[in-house]
Design a protein around this ligand. Structure first.
Ligand SMILES: [Zn+2]
Length: 524
């Protein structure tokens, strides 16, 4: 079952169509004006909390009746529903006596987004017996219709509605969406119309899946007949990157979608494009939309292709999506803004937990990463949909967290150069001295990207030569790292694969360096 939450639908005693929403607490501030000025708008959702375990206590009365009403779908016998409800109601200024009979609404299991375990939610409903006994400003009454309007006709900066309203009270239950796509894979719909299907892929740890995003709006309008678009269709798929063994599920989804299909790819990494061949087999008429640098790195797509460079519109059955150029992770990296819900499909610029690496071999660039981050902050999306992990409900806070962490790392790199470090190895050894040396190889590309950015921002000390620094990268770094890694392993653990690899790498490194030096001598 994973982690279990309890969410409550408390009906208004005066208007049965309305239920109570609670203002969620935003994440803690950074204590730094550079980041704390970016504030996500207020987020309202059904009151919820994690379920407490019974731990030897015996439930009674009202708790027993709720547990019995849920038992077909979720077994709550080991959970302390009474204490959990009391805690939840106390937060709202209520207690048990204020609410009438409780009933079970729905049990929703979250798809496996990872890396944390799934959260399932049990929704129960009750009605306030008398008029609202409190006057707190952390809750308000809204109808489903009003919530829906807020979700699908977003005014930037306005109050936001969280996912529990849709999961607990929306029409589209998980089963209905699964049936529509003829798949057994768990699907999450949030915001309305944005379907997210985490599928196993060749992604990097700690993640195991790539989120396939699907738009298939049913009630379209003809407002795509203008001239402000580069592609239009009746359905859209973003980043089909699943493993080959899941191609059969991907094909089921594609087969269930209208034939006029757009396939948008945020960038070329295998965990974002491995399913393209399956899409082409199911629907050879599908149109690929991607940056030209991404297209050049994709083999095997023989169908139509539309290049985008940012700022273009795509219409899907009348719904407008805007292409956002967001380089940094790679040089052709794109994001996609769904205009009506103001949700941003952000590719690998953000991930559900931690931060994404920048791919130095595919034009990854720290300066562009910072610029793209500020561009997304300016866009002020209501929700960010990464391709790995859960959707993020506090986009500005997450983006500022990235900026703060990377700026702080960059400052330690700058300090190392101030202290006299001139080569890649010396800087890595200085900044990452407390980190296991096996991680230094990965850290090295990060340092190179930061040094490039410090050079752009003119923050390197006077005596620092970019030419000499660049000459110290690549093989020279590998050789020094290998020697340092071996010396750190003393007493030598010669049976460990890491040691043997180091020895091979060192031998190969010295040989190539020797050949290059000879070649240079001959040429000069
Ligand atoms: Zn990637």
């Amino acid at each position: 079952m994973g982690n279990l939450n309890l969410a409550v639908v408390i009906r208004n005693p005066i208007d049965d169509a309305e239920f109570l929403l609670q203002k969620l607490l935003p994440p803690a501030k950074f204590g730094d004006k550079a980041y704390d000025t970016f504030i996500d708008s207020d987020l309202w959702d059904l009151p919820s909390t994690d379920f407490l375990l019974l731990e030897g206590r015996i439930s009674s009365g009202i708790a027993v009746s709720i547990v019995e009403s849920c038992s077909d779908q979720v077994d709550l016998k080991n959970f302390d529903i009474e204490s959990t409800l009391n805690r939840l109601l106390a937060n709202l200024g209520f207690d048990f006596s204020h609410v009438g009979e409780w009933s079970f609404v729905r049990y929703v299991e979250e798809p496996e987004f990872g890396p944390d375990s799934c959260v399932s939610t049990c929704f129960i409903a009750g009605k306030l017996l008398d008029k609202d006994p409190t006057s707190q400003d952390n809750h308000k009454w809204m109808s489903m219709e009003a919530c829906f309007d807020c979700l699908i006709d977003v005014k930037p900066g306005s109050d936001r509605i969280g996912p529990l309203v849709l999961l607990g009270l929306g029409d589209g239950t998980l089963q209905a969406t699964q049936q529509k796509f003829s798949t057994s894979l768990p699907i999450q719909e949030y915001p309305p119309g944005v379907m997210i299907v985490p599928m196993r892929s060749r992604t990097l740890k700690p993640f195991k899946t790539t989120n396939l995003v699907v738009f298939a709006p049913e009630n379209g309008s003809a407002d795509h007949q203008g001239t402000d678009f580069v592609a239009y269709g009746d359905a859209l798929i973003v980043d089909p990157g699943c493993l080959k063994k899941l191609h059969v599920e991907l094909k089921k989804i594609v087969d269930a979608l209208p034939r006029k299909l757009i396939v948008f790819v945020t960038h070329h990494h295998p965990d974002h494009i491995d399913g393209l061949s399956a899409i082409q087999e199911s629907n050879p008429d599908a149109i690929l939309v991607a940056h030209v640098k991404t297209r050049h790195r994709i083999d095997g797509w023989s169908g139509d292709y539309t290049p985008v460079s940012g700022g273009e519109n795509i219409y899907v059955n009348g719904q407008r999506l805007t292409v956002i150029f967001a380089p940094g992770h790679t040089d052709g990296h794109m994001a996609l803004l769904h205009n009506s819900t103001h949700s941003l499909i952000v590719g690998d610029h953000c991930v559900g937990k931690g931060s994404a690496f920048l791919d130095i071999r595919s034009g990854g660039n720290m300066t562009e990463y910072f610029q793209s981050t500020y561009k997304i902050l300016e866009l002020s999306p209501h929700v960010v949909i990464p391709m790995h992990g859960r959707v993020n409900l506090w986009p500005k806070h997450m983006l500022c967290g990235y900026l703060k962490n990377r700026r702080s790392r960059e400052e330690s790199i700058r300090k190392a150069t101030e202290d006299g470090a001139r080569t890649l190895f010396d800087i890595v050894a200085n900044v990452y001295s407390s980190v296991d040396r096996s991680f230094w190889l990965a850290a090295a590309s990060n340092v190179r990207l930061h040094i490039d950015n410090l050079a752009v921002e003119d923050k390197l000390p006077d005596g620092f030569s970019i030419q000499k620094f660049k000459a110290s990268c690549g093989l020279r770094f590998v050789i020094r790292w290998t020697a340092s890694y071996i010396s750190s392993q003393i007493p030598l653990k010669i049976n460990e694969p890491g040691f043997i690899m180091s020895l091979i790498a060192a031998g190969a490194g010295y040989f190539i360096l020797y050949v290059l030096k000879r070649k240079n001598k001959i040429e000069s």
